[in-house]
Design a protein. Sequence first.
Lengths: 128, 211
Amino acid sequence: MKDSKSIPDESNEKWEVQLRKGSLELAILAALWPGRLYGLEILRHLEDNSDLVVVEGTIYPLLNRLRSAGLVETEWVESDSGHPRKYYSLTAAGRSRALEMSRTWTRFSASMNNLLQPLNGKARKEKP
Amino acid sequence: MTLSADSQRSIDTYLAALRKQLRDLMEEDVNDIVEEIRAHILDKTTDAANPEQVEQTLAALGTPAALASRYRTEELMKRAQTHRSGAQKALLAMQWIGTVVGGLVAFAVSVVGYCLGGGLVVLGVLKIVWPQGTGLWESHGPGDSWGLSFSSGSGNTPPPNSHDVLGWWLVPLGLVLGTALFYATYRFGAWMMRMLWRPRRWRYVPNEQQI
């Protein structure tokens, strides 16, 4: 009985991982919207402002891809801590991409919420 | 902030391993990546006196192999995203045309090969059954006309005005050459199928498990 229950849990977890992965790129672009940040700042920003659980080893490779795709640019800046830090900022292409993704996201989540309305009512009723 | 010698050593070891794992990326990119990861580790190490902090930070990053493989996966994703544009589309179309043309050629060659091979074997056998009527005939018609032809058409009588070039040699030649041609055609067909139906994958598949 317990086994049959653990299967849907596991696939839900996988789905959630995919969902997070898919939204991480937009989350990073959004974090950089106000201004330049370095890797650890982006990580902390995401941790503080979202429930995206970001594995540290994930964000740097993703940032590297965004850079080589021309969406962000980098600069090394000396700091008080004794070592330079690599700062990321949006390029013009990155800004327009972020806007485009944001629009898509809003439209998509609105239509999903619309679809989920019947379920949400039920979920609320079933909650203790 | 000064790190203990041990912490410094484990950071250096980690970064050296990462650099080694990233060796197939461009060198300036590798330097950039390694320095950025170094900065990350140093930034996370707020308490220099606590050597466990460094170990935790390194563990959170994953093994050098796993981290390097993430960089490569992202690189592949970028390539996959830019894949379907312009030149790549043309290349895909060319590949498709190549497959179709290759298929037609393979089919034609196979038909000819099997027919010739089969025909030779049949001739070899017929030479045994009808020795007089089967052979490679060199014919001298009226005037200057001359020709070579295989025949086993009219039972056991040779065509007029001609003589058999090969004689009994037709039996081993027909059987051996025919079988060889048949087999060669089969191998060619199999090879063409492998070439044409081969899935075109990325050569490079990142491996999370490698250490």
